[in-house]
Design a protein around this ligand. Sequence first.
Ligand code: DP6
Length: 416
Amino acid sequence: MAAEKWVVSVTAQTPTNIAVIKYWGKRDEELILPINDSISVTLDPGHLCTTTSVAVSPAFTHDRIWLNGKEVSLSGGRFQNVLREIRSRATDYEDEKRGIKITKKDWEKLRVHIVSYNNFPTAAGLASSAAGLACLVFSLAKLMNVKEDHSQLSAIARQGSGSACRSLYGGFVKWIMGKEDNGSDSIAVQLADEKHWDDLVIIIAVVSSKQKETSSTSGMRDTVETSELIKHRAKEVVPKRIKEMEAAIAKRDFPSFARLACADSNQFHAVCLDTLPPIFYMNDTSHRIISGVEKWNRHEGTPQVAYTFDAGPNAVLISKDRKTAALLLQRLLFQFPPQSDADLNSYVIGDKTILKDAGIEDLKDIEALAPPPENASTQRCRGDVSYFICTKPGRGPAVLADESQSLINPETGLPK
Ligand code: DP6
């Protein structure tokens, strides 16, 4: 390692994911080992992702991290576990052009700077920890020349946040709970890539909420300690659903996919209610969205849309194709119109072509929408949804090679 004050950095982008068979409950809190397998869909990083730049330099005096523009403490056990695991797997690095050589031993001593941004509001409660921790692991692994494959990296990301392990892949991903006490077999695997089922369109309703939510970590701890229902779920229900969901994904069988995803979301919220004290993640708006989708699906005689809710009130709605997504968006905008001073451009974000397909070009078009035929008495609930994101299943993590996309100043090693 030369004595100059060089900075070496890597920038990566990692998607978030939404579980369609939920992870809820740990058998080991420290290693983050779950009580059941789970399955997720990776969301298009073009609309929802974390970008992280990591850098090393002999000039850095300690490990530092900036999240969404603010420096935060790196002392948390989970960050430290991830850093330790990656450092222990670092291998020799050489940049001949710049005359920089870092040996496996040097990595132990070199301090890192980490700068991370979400391209969506963290406050929206959209699994930012999954994308964030996965991105941290992926970018550090690239920086430190870690040779392990994505499954091995997923086992490290898992120790940062359970759901993060599924963000190491695009498309459809299964987190295998594993049996080993050391967690070596608790890894994520890809079931199918994002191209396998590219008809699906996902609309997320970011639901307005003033309520401070129980964190997933403490919520699931309380559930495991106090709920009887969770035992039945983990032992009897989920293993069967995992097999059925894998088959539904393999066959692109939307009716089975939707039935399983909705049932599993509902059961997850039922075990939350079965927890002492009970946990309420969904609110009235979430319930209204479920009722609307259920009525529509029943009216059509076969599922058009699947819904799923994580540890918060936001609805993730998966429609079988673009045409259905446009009809869904019309229904959602009829029921949840924006405030009169809103800007349509920021009320529906992501893939705006769905808005076009729905025939909506300005706020007047929303006011002119008719109630859905299957539910003519639908009331308008203005202001109950903050905004909508139109997206689709997406790819896994990627390195951003273009230096201009780095979040770290290459001279100072500090955030740009
Ligand atoms: C409801 O992964 O956030 O989103 O492992 O304690 O960090 P920790 O929890 P976290 O829990 C996610 C729970 C969920 C369901 C899921 O993503 O499978």
